[in-house]
Design a binder for this molecule. Sequence first.
Ligand SMILES: [Zn+2]
Length: 560
Amino acid sequence: MSSRSSRTLKAPPSLPSGGLRITPLGGLGEIGRNMTVFEHEGKLLVVDCGVLFPEEHQPGIDVILPDFTSIRDRLKDIVGIVLTHGHEDHIGGVPYLLKERPDIPLIGSRLTLAFITAKLTEHKIKPKTIHVEAEDKHRAGPFGLEFVAVNHSIPDSLAVAIRTRAGLVLHTGDFKMDQFPLDDRITDLRHFARLGEEGVDLFLTDSTNAEVPGFTVSERDLTPAIDQVFATAPKRIIVSSFASHIHRIQQVLDAAHANGRKVAFVGRSMVKNMGIARDLGYLNIPRGLVVDFKKLQSMPDNKVTLVCTGSQGEPMAALARMANETHQIKLDAGDTVLLASSMVPGNENAIYGIINKLTDLGVTIVHKGNAKVHVSGHASAGELVYCYNIVQPTHVLPVHGESKHLHANAELAVRTGVDSDKVLIAADGNTVDLVNGKARVSGRVEAGLVYVDGHTVGKVTEETLVERRLLQEGGAVTVVAIVDPDTNLLAEPLEFITKGFIHDEHIFDRAAEKVKNALAKASKIDTLEDLEKLIADTVARHLDRVYRRSPLITAVVVDA
Ligand SMILES: [Zn+2]
């Protein structure tokens, strides 16, 4: 396999005429914020623009975006954004890119466009959209696009073939090969095969489940376990899922209907998305089944089903607030919570935290760990191998996954006979050039994590997060020093103010002495900033050495 350490890569050379440059700006090295930029004949095509959800070590962050730095000067060259499907990790970043240039056309299937349009309305952006379906062809500048039906955990997903003078690229998007999906729309392997016959020069494939042996089980196989929950739960059933998981929610609706229960959707995103899915005919709701949440309050518990978000442990979502008893819906002993979703890597701790809290409330929890109530939306190793054998690509670039997933996927490609030096392992920001039929990693552009915190984008830096973690773990110590401006010596004793830092009375006596000594040697320092740094560093060293603690330390120097 061909991979080079990202650190040694430099800015890529200019792209030879007729060449195609592929730059993943997200999704390679993490599960989320998928975004790939294709450059050809001076124009850019973007495939997906998603968000990544923060982990526990990123406190206060709402979402993480791909880094647009490398395309910011070339926004006018973008001929379109292809959206392969409507999941947040594929469309969630679009509002932020359109804020920089609102008229970039969005190209996608009906449901995908409906989801992104609703999201953009919240951001007060009216997008230019181009509706395509499987089998459609569409030209976007120098890129000839052709769309292929693929099956995933959201309806209407598409793979995209991209024809350029440099060759033919096939990007699977997220996909699996459920042979009996609920909507009977299977991944179109015949179409994959036709493209394979034509000759796929570069195949970008979903790596999420490359480590999972065998085949992803069919969605239909879950029906008995879900039915079982509805047939036996003594009181209310609360189902938690992604607000986009239409197929799973359809199964829940069917089970509720069959067992004489009513259903209410809880939470803004769930209500909105299910409304869109119903209006477009992707969700089939029997008459009278879904009622307003308020109406359910007067019904007996064993007739009630609530469908909400929060299956990934997101702290502000309905399920977490129910577990923390800060939601208007109060859960009780005998209620059943059905977690109808996977655990996205990185979210496990948050999810187990919620499961424990719910258990303490006496709630029964049914999840994929104790019942067959969820299957993944991604192709397992067996399905990927099928695809490689059918497409027989010249080059392979595994996408959508952490490093281990990308490597596992690369290995599968090699096992099917793709030349190992034509299977490329790349990271976010690496540029892959396809020139004269040969693809290689050619360099690296900026692709850092861009944090959204409230209304700010990119203002929170790694440094901010280090400070937040220090605060979280060690609290804060502020040192106020009043100094003689001529000598830098203390004019009054130091004052220590603490928040969340536990100490006994005399802990700072030694620290104060150290600061005094340091200042005595510092008569030459002439800026307050440098003095503050000296004091903070001295106190930090002392606390770390003696107490093994690292609070966030701020020094404030005031001239006497
Ligand atoms: Zn997806």
